[in-house]
Design a protein around this ligand. Structure first.
Ligand SMILES: [Zn+2]
Length: 151
């Protein structure tokens, strides 16, 4: 902020001039009584987002090779489809469909299968929904956003 008296120099002191406290430069503060030094403010960051505007959403997906993984592990465990179905409280017909890849298990079932077979068929997929910018690291400024929107 500039001196409230001369307006040209940088205000460095809070100065009492006849009862009014003004922020004054070193020259002008000699007209009154200096109350305190103005601490230099940290650089303004108003135009910079503290958080990146890129929204990251984590989506849980079933692995594409879920059918193979389930079938392989089930066979390794020496379980028949029927037995496996019973263990996880599902119909044998559903297991058959899942293992043939015609029916994708829902997340709940996939989790139960994962737990029972000790395999991994659910994967977290991170998706950026806005302002896709792979070159920029760190905070995005308003200027950057304008550039991105233009593209
Ligand atoms: Zn001044």
């Amino acid at each position: 902020m500039n001196c409230e008296m001369c307006g040209s120099k940088k205000a460095i002191n809070k100065t009492n001039i006849e009862g009014a406290v003004l922020s004054l430069c070193s020259g002008c503060s000699s007209y009154g009584e200096v109350i305190e030094r103005i601490k230099p403010k940290p650089k303004k960051k108003e135009k910079t987002f503290t958080q990146s505007p890129v929204k990251q959403e984590t989506i849980l997906l079933i692995s594409k090779d879920y059918s193979k993984k389930i079938k392989n592990k089930r066979e390794k465990l020496g379980l028949k489809q029927e037995e496996f179905a019973k263990k996880i409280n599902e119909k044998e017909s559903l297991i058959r469909k899942i293992e043939s890849g015609t029916t994708e298990p829902n997340l709940d079932l996939a989790r139960r299968i994962e737990k029972f077979l000790k395999i991994k068929i659910v994967k977290a997929h991170k998706e950026q929904t806005e302002y896709k910018s792979k070159t920029k690291a760190g905070p995005v400024t308003i200027g950057d956003l304008i550039t991105i929107k233009k593209n």
